[in-house]
Design a protein around this ligand. Structure first.
Ligand code: ACO
Length: 372
C-alpha cells in the first residue's frame, strides 16, 4: 500500500489586519471581552481583488514549490471551503485553471472541518494507487459572509488559505489514521439560512440578513469540548499509538478556551499544542493547514514528528487525523531554492536575456547552415 507523504505546504494570509480595537469601533465589544472569551487579538481581512481562488492559488503555489512539483504533475485538487467565489462553478475548477493543472478538481464542504476531511480523502486516492500527487487546500473568506453588526460572530472570524501536497511514498508517513464525524441534529447552531434552495436569494433574505452566518456560540462551545479530545484520542488509538507518542496537536483555531479544555482532557501540556488564533482568529477550513505551515516554519514540526490534527465545525462535523511527517527538505531544485528570492528573480531575468541573445546570434548561423 502507498502512503501519502506531506511533501509540500503553503499558506496565504491577506495583508489587512483588523484588531480588536478596530472592532470596538464597529460593534459593542471590547478587546478585553474578545481576548478573555476567545484568545483572539487580531485577524486578517481579504482586500479588494482577493478571493478564495486567488488566496488558494497563492498557498498552492508555495506548497507546490516546496514539494518541487509543477502544477501539471498534479493528479487531483481538493478544495475545502464554505466561502467559494461563486455558487457555480466550483472554485476548485477555477483554482485548477489558474494553477495550470490538468487534473480533476472538486470542492468539499464540511465547515471548519473541511481540511481534515480533504486530507483523509486525498490519502485514499494515494493508498489505492490511483494517484501520485494530490493537492489539498483549505481556504476561506468568511469576512464577506459575516454580519458586521452582529458582535456574536464578527469578532471571531478571519480570512486565510492553506495548502498541502500529498504525495505517494513507500515509507509509512503521512496520514496514519483518521476519524470523520457528523451530527446533523445540531445543524441549526451554526447556519446560513438564506441563499440556498429552502430560502433562495431574495429581497426578504437581505432584509432579514439571512445570508449571514448565525451561530449559537454556547451550543457550539459545548459541542466542541465534547468531541475534540475524543476525536483526537480515537485517531491516535487508531494509529496504534498513545498520547505520549504525540509531538504536536494542531486543533482547529476557533477559541483558546476550547483548545485548553481539549488539551486538559487529553493530558497534553500546552507546549505540545499549536496555537496561532491570537493573530488570525477562526479561519474555518484554512485554520489547520495554516497552523501546520507555521508549526513547520517555527521548527515545532520536524522530520518524523507525530502530529494530530483535529477540527470541528458547521454540520455539525468533526474530524481528526494522525500524521507522521516525512523528510522536510525540498527534493528537487533544492540548490536553486536556497538562493534568496530577489537574487533568484534577477538570475531568472539574466538567464532569459542570455538565452534570447544566444537565440538571436544562433538563428542566422542556423539559417546559413541549413541553406547550404
Ligand atoms: N463582545 C461583548 N459581549 C459579547 C460579545 C462580544 N463580541 N459577543 C457576545 N457577547 C455577550 C453576549 O451577548 C452575552 O451577553 P448576555 O449574557 O447579556 O446575553 C455574553 O457576552 C456572554 O455570552 P456567551 O455566549 O455566554 O459567551 P461565551 O463565554 O460562551 O463566549 C463565544 C462566546 C466566544 C462565541 C463562545 O461561545 C465560543 O467560542 N463558541 C464556539 C464558537 C465557535 O467556535 N464557532 C466556530 C465553529 S467552526 C465553523 O464551522 C464556522
Amino acid at each position: 500500500m502507498k502512503h501519502g507523504r506531506i511533501a509540500g505546504w503553503g499558506k496565504y494570509v491577506p495583508k489587512k489586519v483588523l484588531t480588536n480595537s478596530d472592532l470596538e469601533r464597529l460593534v459593542d465589544t471590547s478587546d478585553e471581552w474578545i481576548v478573555t472569551r476567545t484568545g483572539i487579538r487580531e485577524r486578517r481581512i481579504a482586500g479588494e481583488g482577493e478571493t478564495t481562488m486567488t488566496m488558494s492559488v497563492a498557498a498552492a503555489r508555495q506548497a507546490l514549490d516546496r514539494a518541487g512539483l509543477r502544477a501539471s504533475e498534479l493528479d487531483l485538487i481538493i478544495v475545502a471551503t464554505s466561502s467559494p467565489d461563486y455558487m457555480l462553478p466550483p472554485v476548485s475548477s477555477m483554482i485548477q485553471d489558474r494553477l495550470g493543472a490538468q487534473c480533476g478538481a472538486f470542492s468539499l464542504v464540511a465547515g471548519c472541518t473541511g481540511f481534515v476531511y480533504g486530507l483523509a480523502t486525498a490519502q485514499q486516492f494515494i493508498a489505492s494507487g490511483a494517484y501520485q500527487n494530490v493537492l489539498v487546500i483549505g481556504a476561506e473568506i468568511i469576512s464577506r459572509n459575516i454580519d458586521w453588526t452582529d458582535r456574536n460572530t464578527c469578532v471571531l472570524f478571519g480570512d486565510a488559505a492553506g495548502a498541502v501536497v500529498v504525495q505517494a511514498s513507500d515509507t509509512p508517513t503521512g496520514v496514519l489514521s483518521f476519524r470523520l464525524g457528523s451530527d446533523g441534529s445540531g445543524a441549526e447552531h451554526l447556519m446560513v439560512h438564506g441563499g440556498g434552495v429552502v430560502m433562495p436569494m431574495s429581497q426578504r433574505v437581505v432584509d432579514e440578513r439571512a445570508h449571514y452566518i448565525r451561530m449559537n456560540g454556547r451550543e457550539v462551545f459545548k459541542f466542541a469540548t465534547r468531541v475534540l479530545a475524543r476525536a483526537a484520542l480515537e485517531a491516535v488509538e487508531g494509529a496504534g499509538l498513545a498520547m505520549d507518542d504525540v509531538d504536536l496537536l494542531i486543533p482547529h483555531q476557533a477559541n483558546l478556551r476550547i483548545i485548553e479544555v481539549a488539551a486538559r482532557q487529553l493530558g497534553l501540556p500546552m507546549d505540545k499544542v499549536f496555537v496561532n488564533l491570537e493573530r488570525y482568529g477562526n479561519t474555518s477550513a484554512a485554520s489547520i493547514p495554516v497552523a501546520l505551515v507555521e508549526a513547520i516554519e517555527q521548527g515545532r514540526i520536524t522530520e518524523n514528528s507525530t502530529v494530530v490534527m483535529v477540527g470541528f465545525g458547521a454540520g455539525l462535523t468533526w474530524a481528526s487525523a494522525v500524521v507522521k511527517m516525512g523528510a522536510l527538505d525540498r527534493p528537487r531544485y533544492a540548490l536553486w531554492r536556497s538562493i534568496p528570492g530577489r537574487a533568484r528573480a534577477r538570475a531568472r531575468v539574466a538567464m532569459r536575456t542570455l538565452s534570447m541573445r544566444a537565440g538571436a546570434l544562433l538563428l542566422p548561423l542556423y539559417a546559413r547552415v541549413t541553406r547550404r
